[in-house]
Design a protein around this ligand. Structure first.
Ligand code: ZN
Length: 320
């Protein structure tokens, strides 16, 4: 065991949150516009209401976001994204796959090139410490035939290294996005999608097979089917899990009901992530402490999970 593990072990033994912050980690499931600290959103929208500790499902979550949105003008956007990078650095995150909505540049009336330049300028002060994989976020509610035109442009800009499908999992079949993912695959992007948070185990498997996914955002419901779990393990697909987000959205009453341990015991590659820090106020260090204190995982197991995340930065040989 190396000295970094020793420091990690000591931080957990002593319940030392500030030492835990200094340990290198990765965040592979983070929505950029919702990844800064709460104080920033409060400053930009004084009328924002405090988010509930528990949402009554996904539609309640979406309606809260709609009612409390911070207008995405250039000033607000820059402040939030800068703060999100800064927050990650303070948390010891050295690699992130951060998801930006396909339409962000349109909301601000910018071209993709202008938007890309703005992100690179915001990222520059952090670039020595934080490796950034820009992820193109496609909202599942947007008509795929329309989205694909923007995806083509985004891919041509070469700003993005990864693609993700997010939003309401149940609103249309995953196969509708085949053409978008074929494009992304041919551009050698990392292929990811939100599935199995609300959808079934079968839908997780069908998304992996249909879109040739390297990683799944959530994927929790895979736990309900042995065959699906075996396939995920055999294909080497990573599940980027966000326990606090899942609990806040009412999927599980507490961490003790969360399937993360069962998925890990099946030999599935898992990581832990923040999802929407703005709402859940839980970065990776907090997730680690939650899982440690509740005795879901011991120290070597948590170290393995943290290492899984860090390895994604250099994991180029995807099994597809
Ligand atoms: Zn998410």
């Amino acid at each position: 065991m190396d000295m970094h593990f020793k420091a990690f072990e000591e931080a957990l033994l002593n319940n030392d949150y500030s030492s835990l912050l200094k340990i290198d980690k990765a965040d592979l499931h983070a929505h950029a516009y919702l990844s800064a600290g709460w104080n920033i959103y409060k400053e930009l929208n004084p009328n924002i209401t405090t988010p509930p500790k528990f949402f009554n499902g996904f539609s309640h979550f979406l309606s809260w976001l709609e009612d409390n949105r911070v207008a995405p003008n250039k000033t607000n956007y820059a402040k939030i994204i800068f703060s999100a990078f800064n927050r990650m650095i303070n948390e010891g995150v050295i690699y992130t796959e951060m998801s930006f909505d396909l339409h962000d540049c349109m909301f601000m009336k910018m071209t993709i090139a202008e938007w890309g330049k703005m992100i690179q300028d915001l990222y520059k002060p952090f670039s020595k410490r934080l490796q950034l994989c820009l992820e193109l976020g496609i909202n599942r509610k947007d008509e795929p035939e329309t989205s694909i035109k923007y995806v083509e442009k985004a891919i041509k800009s070469a700003a993005f290294q990864s693609i993700d499908l997010y939003g309401d999992e149940l609103c249309r079949p995953i196969s509708n996005f085949n053409n978008i993912y074929k494009l992304a695959k041919s551009a050698k992007m990392k292929l990811k999608a939100h599935v199995g948070e609300f959808g079934s185990a079968y839908e997780v498997l069908s998304a992996i097979e249909c879109l040739n996914l390297h990683s799944v955002q959530h994927g929790n419901n895979a736990v309900n089917d042995e065959k699906v779990m075996s396939c995920i393990r055999e294909r080497g697909v990573t599940l980027n899990i966000c326990p606090s987000s899942n609990i806040a959205l009412g999927l599980y009453k507490s961490i003790y009901e969360h399937p993360i341990r069962k998925l890990f015991d099946k030999g599935i590659r898992i990581t832990i992530n923040s999802d929407d820090y703005m709402l859940f106020n839980s970065g990776i260090s907090n997730e680690i402490l939650l899982l440690y204190k509740s005795k879901i995982f011991n120290t070597p197991e948590l170290w393995e999970i943290i290492t899984n995340g860090l390895q994604e930065a250099s994991r180029k040989c995807y099994i597809v």
